[in-house]
Design a protein around this ligand. Sequence first.
Ligand code: RIB
Ligand code: CA
Length: 314
Amino acid sequence: MKKTPVILDGDPGHDDAIAWVLAKASTQLDILAVTTCCGNQTLEKTTYNAGRIMALIGLDVPLAAGRIKPLLADPMVAPSVHGVSGLDGPDLPSPLREPLTIDAVTLMAQCVEQQSDQVALIPTGPMTNIAAFLLLYPQLKNKISHIYLMGGGIGHGNWTPAAEFNILVDPEAADIVFRSGIPITMAGLDVTEQALLYPEDFDRIGAIGSEVAKVTAGWLEFFYGFHRALGYHGAPVHDAVAVAALIRPDLLTFQDLYVEIETTGDYSRGATIGDVYGISNKPANVRCIVDIDREGFVDLLVDAVRFYGRDADE
Ligand code: RIB
Ligand code: CA
């Protein structure tokens, strides 16, 4: 089966890390590059974390850091969720090499230009780099097949009542992406808060016994800590749903929607406003994920972790 060329862009971040564990294990994806953005932590920290994750999972592809801050907004970070490092919890190997000296957008353009096929983008953080790529290389837009993003929430937010974190950090970037005309699949809170892994799932993954298994279980345990305090019964592995949308759409339920991004508003900046009733008469610009086969999703993650080494007792 022909592999889909993809670029992973994120702000690792525990769930970004798990999304990349899933992506690397997939036989369907040809990961061309990893790029980083500021979001969960500063660009320096997310880039260092990306290097550590890539060393852990043996992802030997170019890595480049993106823009130091959102297009217009001041940077925001989330140490309460991911810790001061942005990836607190299990010890990780050091990066195998430094990030490239070119920036993420330049690397994206080089990868896309070199590919004869179209390339899919999988942003799991604020979409600053994606928007910058579209602004700087409009001639390459037609080389992007699809954007599978984690972000937004038609029904609610998680950083303000209206806005989900990734969109809120850089609403201007999200607006550029959602207006781009590129096919978009949106893994918003509507589905990602159903993509829960419970402590018994952490144990199932940890029992596989490999280093990746132990670290992934540790990431889940740490990530669950913040969410448990909010009343969640499990860890919402938001970002991995964006990868699942590409490799296992059969686990998901989709709804085509016209979605626009609120970039002003005292209370609603960063909201992803979905036209559920078609009132705007505007064509859908997003395939919004609205439901997930949670157990199938957990099995997908367990199988992905097994890719890195079989069960200790096997
Ligand atoms: O709101 C969830 C999103 O914000 C995830 O991508 C998580 O990693 C954080 O970036
Ligand atoms: Ca993220």
